[in-house]
Design a binder for this molecule. Sequence first.
Ligand code: ADP
Ligand code: MG
Length: 351
Amino acid sequence: MAAIELRGLTKVYPGGVKALDSLDLTVPDGEFFALLGPSGCGKTTLLRTIAGLEVATGGAVVIGGRDVTSVQPGGRDVAMVFQDYALFPHMDVTDNIAYPLRIRKVPKDDRRAKATEVAARLGLEQLMDRRPGQLSGGQQQRVALARVMATQAQAFLFDEPLSNLDARLRLEARTFLKKLQRELGVTTVFVTHDQAEALAMADRMAIMEAGLIRQIGTPSEVFQRPANTFVAGFIGSTPMNLLDAVCRGDTLEVAGCKVPVPASAEGLLVDGEKLVYGVRPEYTSYRAGTVEDGLTGSVVILENLGASHLVTLDVGGVVVQAVVPEGHEPALGEQGAVVPRRDRALVYRDG
Ligand code: ADP
Ligand code: MG
């Protein structure tokens, strides 16, 4: 087991794309770290650079206290699971799992024993003679996991390993993978573009945008206190309300209404200052009629979320959303207000 440290890590591809822009990151020993960001932000490049499959343009990769920046992939002692699993179609499950051990010249009997042991742990015992083409997506995914586990690497790198599974299987695999990582205690960097997956699985996480890390924190920190409007807009199953605001003493003018300055910004704002006011729909309530400290408008959309409804209001031409518990949803067209929680609302200067 080993910590992973990236120091000023930079990767510029031939042609000039700067995929990693001087990243600093420490993933402590045994942590489950999720790397989240939109397509093209550099997630795969970051993993491949840690694994040694890409050569860094600048900076350093340190694994278990050893600078491996110039070390070949085979000498880094990390194992990577690719999005498409990269199983060998002509090999059966046993040989696929044992392949990395063959590369390391582990004797055949030892390889088979290890493959069997790991396969049992992942419930693959009955499938050892099958080829990947004879397995379901979920089973292939387990074989890819088994292959990584068999290596007994110091760190696991996962590149969107669940993205080829259907919704149900994906939720099961999430729980399974998380539990397995806990048991093994192996430092893990898990790449995903799915914010819910990152929030559910990670001990800590980073949100990337265009080769930069925009925030690092625990899922709760990132959800409750997004550091900037990019992260605020990216995290959460319903998008955060991000509204232009102007400071007027101890209130903010937002969409022609007045709301109190958020607790987190008290005493920090300048009168007349232009800001972005942010509040999650989950951290608001809805009240019918006109409300003094709320964003008053008319209900234009109602979406059923199961145990709650997402209510969309038109507030003077600005869209504002609230999550309302089941049974409390307003009628379409009704006048009402979204009332933000002052202890949960935020302001941004980067909008
Ligand atoms: P992600 O995994 O977050 O979708 P990638 O790491 O694959 O992002 O890509 C980051 C950026 O680097 C993108 O702009 C992509 O087009 C570019 N890129 C990735 N691989 C290469 C490559 N081999 N050569 C040139 N540009 C690349
Ligand atoms: Mg990728």
